[in-house]
Ligand binder design. Structure first.
Ligand code: FAD
Ligand code: FES
Length: 281
């Protein structure tokens, strides 16, 4: 990207309402200029700044896998000014994308390891990108066993329902889907919080497995001791942070934790790295 503050012009190609309360939608974008699409080369776990002229700009994790290019997808929770405006936009509307930014998940370090994915709520988006990438036929042999613990408040809040069902049917990935509670008599998966399901279903590590953990702070708080008991070292627990951001390129200092800038040095950190940041995590 020549000028890191200049967004690439894109158009909304498709909008999917993900959840029963309509608070989460997935936006698929296509680039107006083919060279921009080529320049927007990203890896799983990175994020981009979505900009709506006259309204504002927000950091959002890339929910699609690089293997799905030229499509780029973002799943957005409606919470304030920019996200509410985005939720009211329609197919074909123009907007801008800056990025990709951040370090992403350590794909090379993940090769030849078992991978445990742990996601809660809408932080599952970049994990979806990672799962989709790992399951592609050209990539699947690069990774060993894949386990996914994914939880939502109730069945209507689960993202990517069709994909979850498709992954559930495969024999090269173990899905452990859970909801906090449900009165649906046909619910066929787990009921209970993510840490409890992790304790019950996740593989032990002892050097063999990397855990990618994304979710609300309370989920992370109670999942950490479970992973420790399962033999995961601090360097085997990899997390993605969502601090407040402005520039996205390490210039404004808005997103720091200690001396680290989440937009540039992260958003992906190992628990070991975060624990070297006194008092912050
Ligand atoms: C690296 C990164 C990746 C992200 N990925 C996603 C994603 O995939 N999907 C998604 O829906 N959101 C994601 N977010 C959060 C998203 O950026 C904010 O929800 C968004 O900026 C809110 O903009 P707004 O103008 O609608 O809200 P505002 O009007 O600015 O604020 C509304 C409310 O949201 C809160 N808020 C604003 N920004 C954040 C933030 N960064 N974290 C937590 N709360 C915030 C405010 O405190 C306020 O309560 C990500 C954030 C970061 C830093
Ligand atoms: S958002 Fe500006 S330094 Fe990170």
């Amino acid at each position: 990207m020549l000028n890191p503050y200049r967004p690439y012009p894109v158009r909304i190609r498709k909008i999917t309402t993900e959840t029963s309360d309509k608070s989460l939608k997935t936006f698929e974008f296509e680039f107006e200029v083919p060279e921009d699409e080529a320049a927007f080369s990203f890896t799983c776990g990175q994020f981009a700044m979505l900009s709506i002229p006259g309204i504002g700009e927000i950091p959002i994790g890339i929910a699609s896998s690089p293997t799905e290019k030229p499509i780029v997808k973002f799943t957005v929770f409606k919470t304030g000014k920019v996200t509410s405006h985005l939720h009211n936009m329609a197919d074909g509307d123009p907007m801008g994308i800056r990025g990709p930014f951040g370090n992403g998940f350590p794909i090379q370090k993940m090769e030849n390891k078992n991978i445990l994915i742990i996601g809660g709520g809408f932080a599952f988006t970049t994990l979806r990108s990672t799962i989709e990438m790992m399951l592609q036929p050209e990539n699947r042999d690069r990774f060993k066993d894949i386990d996914v613990v994914y939880g939502a408040r109730h069945p209507g809040m689960l993202l990517y329902r069709d994909e979850l069902e498709a992954w559930e049917k495969r024999d090269d990935i173990r899905m452990h889907i859970t909801v906090d509670g449900t009165d649906d008599p046909d619910w066929a998966y787990h009921t209970g919080f993510v840490p409890a399901v992790t304790e019950k279903c996740a593989p032990r590590s002892e050097g063999s497995t990397l855990a990618l953990v994304c979710g609300p702070p309370v989920m992370i708080k109670f999942t950490r001791p479970v992973l420790k008991d399962l033999g995961y070292s601090e360097d085997e627990i990899i997390m993605s942070l969502e601090n407040r951001m402005k520039c996205g390129i390490g210039m404004c200092g808005r997103c720091n934790i200690g001396r680290e800038l989440v937009c540039k040095d992260g958003p992906v950190f190992t628990l070991g790295e975060l624990q070297k940041t006194p008092g912050e995590f």
